[in-house]
Design a protein around this ligand. Structure first.
Ligand code: SF4
Length: 315
């Protein structure tokens, strides 16, 4: 294996070369069922949006994580912005976002982001980020600056933030976020605790739940949201147990989607969960108190987030 420059953006094999539980590169892939269909859309609109994003020096998790819904969302003029660069300090084995030693924060990013949101006339925006374990507050102050800049230019825009776990920095992160709280606070638990070490090295299941609960304790009026990807090796019983835990830690809203393998070096797809099973999970989630649930094969934490927030059915 060639030596890797830590400042390079590592994807695929390079990203997953140094993880605690090794993954055998997949030679065979589970055939995709007919319910995994990516909707084709007009490329010109998509191209224009990409130009706008680049002209504001912005990244999206849609592009960095190779989201299957990108064309559909971009052609609807929506995108999930990824702040604080395109190199993450973690190496989750389901994620196609690049790993590497991050660059310094761009002080112009909050204003660039606000201008792009204004140019796209977004009524609802999702702002996410890579994990920045290199920053004292994990990047929480930068999130607050992005929210403040957006509120200044487009005060009517609803702002959902999808945050990293701020591992080991809960208090300072929430203190800094308190300077400009979002309208919806989202943090993904991603998978079941048994799979954390293999799939989400560097993260902690209980810590992620406590982050949601601690935010809710400070802002009881702000909806909290979390999500899971299914098909990484979890059982239905484990999924239900996590949903019960999420409710116990004050999570109000939920997304459940199908994991899709970004490359042969990433975690293999263990199963394709049927639309019927997603529906059953949605019914179970509502029965234990989630007040907003989006559950379906192509659902992602910010997929049609505006419609999710409006309680519209997303599958
Ligand atoms: S922390 Fe987020 S962006 Fe980073 S590798 Fe994990 S899922 Fe991807």
């Amino acid at each position: 294996m060639t030596t890797i420059n830590p400042y390079d953006k590592q994807k695929g094999q390079a990203k997953l070369a140094r993880i605690p539980i090794k993954i055998e590169p997949s030679e065979h892939f589970l055939p995709k069922p007919d319910w995994i269909r990516i909707r084709a859309t007009h490329s010109e609109v998509v191209g224009d949006l990409k130009k706008l994003l680049r002209s504001h020096n912005l990244h999206t998790v849609c592009e960095e994580a190779s989201c299957p819904n990108l064309n559909e969302c971009f052609s609807h003029g929506t995108a999930t912005f990824m702040i604080m660069g395109d190199k993450c300090t973690r190496r989750c084995t389901f994620c196609d976002v690049g790993h590497g030693r991050p660059d310094p924060l761009n002080p112009d990013e909050p204003v660039n982001l606000a201008k792009a949101i204004q140019a796209m006339a977004l009524k609802y925006v999702v702002i996410t980020s890579v994990d920045r374990d290199d920053l004292r507050d994990g990047g929480a102050a930068h999130f607050a600056e992005c929210i403040t800049a957006t509120r200044k230019l487009t005060p009517k825009t609803t702002i959902e933030i999808l945050v990293p776990d701020f591992r080991g920095r809960m208090e300072i992160a929430l203190d800094n976020l308190s300077k400009a709280p979002p309208d919806i606070f989202n943090h993904n638990v991603e998978t079941v605790p048994r799979l954390y070490k293999a799939v989400r090295p560097g993260s902690d299941y209980l810590w992620s739940l406590q982050l949601i609960q601690s935010f809710k304790a400070r802002f009881p009026h702000i909806p909290t949201k979390s999500g899971l990807m299914l098909g990484l090796g979890e059982t239905d019983e484990e999924v239900k147990a996590v949903l019960v835990d999420m409710r116990k830690y004050d999570c109000d809203r939920l997304t459940l989607g199908q994991y899709l393998q970004p490359s042969k070096y990433h975690s293999p797809v263990d199963r394709f969960v049927s639309p019927k099973t997603f529906e059953e999970f949605a019914d179970f989630a509502k029965s234990i108190g989630f007040n907003n649930v989006a559950s379906g094969p192509l659902v992602r934490s910010s997929y049609h987030a505006d419609l999710q927030a409006a309680g519209k059915a997303i599958t």
